[in-house]
Design a protein around this ligand. Structure first.
Ligand SMILES: [Zn+2]
Length: 322
């Protein structure tokens, strides 16, 4: 009897160890930032659209790559929109299509019904408002020589643990702000902030005083795929995970650009409450500030609204907006 018990106990321990061992090797990948240049670490980066399954889980994979020699996929949970980097070897994947996934929340966010009151062309392209309560705080990190406005993030963190904020980051900003990026990453890892990293292009083309219709991504010679992928690669090499959101530089796009970004399975995001322009938040607002040193007035307004209780609450994660 005793021998049976011991054997049973041993079998339990052994199976727990195996299960944990498997779990660990297939857990979402944690990439450590390193000194090697991004191009040497993140290779063979390509857009895909595959349905991937493992045990009772299913995801949609939108990129494949190898990082430090390990084959990885960037996946999106089709209902929660949460992204994660996964080992390719842990999933069985097969090609899929937008039509085949049309019923998922993700594809419905990518292909929203056209609002007849809004023309399709396009300042403030994409999702600008959400149903329901609260507000979605988003900050654009366009290329800047100025330091990050850290006090804005301290103010956010003071609202409670895991305060959500979406940062639309440009590759050009990351390239110049290694220490600021690491500071933000620490804020996320410590649980102070819940940061979703959106893509704000790499070079963020902009010429002062040019009209919108010939500026930003509508400049001649903009290589849209390079702008998207080089920024994603940089986010990944810095140890973070790109979200499924894209914000056009200047919030300016035309129908062809919107379609291009959609074909890369990114949800375009505008804003209906750009604080520095005097656009007040209301319930469901997507609030826009620039914590890159270029727009302190917006941050001042943000702080005043919070202190006065005039910011719609709760602050919500961007994955809930579409
Ligand atoms: Zn910008």
């Amino acid at each position: 009897m005793r021998r049976v018990l011991v054997l049973l106990l041993w079998a339990c321990v052994a199976s727990a160890v195996t299960a944990r061992g498997e779990d660990e090797s297939c857990a979402p990948v944690d990439i450590a930032p390193g000194p090697a240049p991004t191009g040497a670490r993140v290779r063979d980066y390509a857009p895909i659209f595959e349905r991937c399954a493992r045990e009772d889980e299913s995801r949609l994979a939108i990129r494949r790559m190898s990082v430090d020699g390990m084959p990885l996929i960037l996946t999106v949970d089709p209902q929660s929109l949460q992204t994660s980097l996964e080992r390719a070897s842990c999933w069985r994947c097969e090609e899929t299509s937008d039509a085949a996934q049309a019923e998922t929340r993700y594809l419905q966010a990518l292909h929203p019904p056209q609002d007849p009151t809004r023309p399709p062309a396009l300042v403030n392209a994409g999702l600008i408002h959400s149903d329901g309560d609260g507000a979605f705080v988003t900050g654009d990190l366009c290329p800047s020589r100025k330091p990050l406005d850290r006090s804005f993030f301290e103010k956010l963190a003071a609202q409670g643990p895991h305060t959500p904020v979406m940062l639309a980051v440009s590759g050009g900003w990351i390239a110049r702000h290694g220490a600021d990026f690491a500071w933000l990453r620490d804020k996320a890892r410590s649980g102070a902030l819940d940061i979703a990293w959106a893509n704000h292009s790499y070079s963020h083309p902009y010429v002062r005083r040019l009209p919108d219709g010939r500026n930003y991504f509508l400049r001649p010679g903009v290589h849209v795929d390079r702008e998207i992928f080089e920024t994603e690669k940089l986010i990944i090499a810095e140890g973070e995970t790109p979200s499924a959101f894209f914000r056009f530089p200047g919030l300016v796009a035309d129908a062809a650009l919107l379609e291009h970004v959609r074909s890369r399975h990114l949800i375009a995001l505008g804003a209906d409450s750009w604080l520095a322009l005097g656009l007040r938040p209301r319930p469901g607002s997507i609030v826009l500030v620039h914590p890159n040193g270029n727009e302190p007035v917006g941050l001042k307004i943000f702080s005043r609204l919070i202190d006065a209780g005039a910011m719609p609450l709760p602050l919500r994660p961007i994955n809930e907006a579409p």
